[in-house]
Design a protein around this ligand. Structure first.
Ligand SMILES: CC(C)(COP(=O)(O)OP(=O)(O)OC[C@H]1O[C@@H](n2cnc3c(N)ncnc32)[C@H](O)[C@@H]1OP(=O)(O)O)[C@@H](O)C(=O)NCCC(=O)NCCS
Length: 153
């Protein structure tokens, strides 16, 4: 089983690793070379925890933990979800759904009425199965092929 909790700074190495590996496995082919390089550079923590930790501090972040290991994360700002990644070895176990539910409930309590996001091509079916709808057609956003989506809470 897994549990969901708030992000803490000691999660940073696991988060960086999950995002890099999962992105390269699932999302790389829907991104330009320049976007791939930018994505990986933003996750660089060789200087300690660097900019990634600073960025996460300005967001609401939940992680999924299984046997004391971080296996997934969701992060965003208010009604916008910016990142959702689950270690590919743990896909289709309900972790992604639970992370988004936690994020939604956190803001539903504060009266938020909807959530928007830019879905990867890979994740569109996942988001549809948890109630999101496409709002426009496919878009190119900074070199990433994405589908804008929205869910009314
Ligand atoms: C998208 C992602 C977070 C889903 O995580 P997950 O833990 O595997 O998802 P869940 O197990 O909670 O799945 C919930 C439902 O969505 C379905 N689903 C999961 N991944 C799917 C996919 N890629 N395509 C279609 N349906 C999918 C599941 O079968 C399940 O359906 P069910 O309730 O009918 O059984 C994960 O695939 C991932 O990390 N992808 C790569 C990164 C990415 O693209 N993130 C989105 C960036 S915006």
């Amino acid at each position: 089983m897994f549990k969901i909790r708030k992000y803490k700074k000691s999660d940073i190495a696991a988060i960086s690793e999950i995002m890099k590996k999962t992105f390269l496995k699932c999302n790389k082919n829907d991104s330009s070379d320049e976007a791939v390089n930018r994505f990986l550079a933003d996750l660089d923590i060789s200087d300690g925890s660097g900019n990634l930790h600073k960025k996460l501090l300005h967001r609401t972040v939940f992680v999924a933990v299984m046997d004391d290991r971080v296996v997934g994360l969701v992060s965003g700002k208010g009604s916008w979800i910016g990142s959702l990644f689950v270690d590919h070895r743990y896909h289709k176990k309900g972790i992604g759904r639970k992370l988004v539910e936690e994020y939604e409930n956190n803001f539903k309590k504060r009266g938020l009425k909807f959530i928007t996001l830019r879905s990867s091509v890979y994740a569109v079916g996942f988001y549809q199965s948890i109630g999101f709808k496409k709002t426009t057609g496919l878009r190119n956003y900074k070199g990433y092929t994405i589908w804008p989506m929205k869910k009314t809470l």
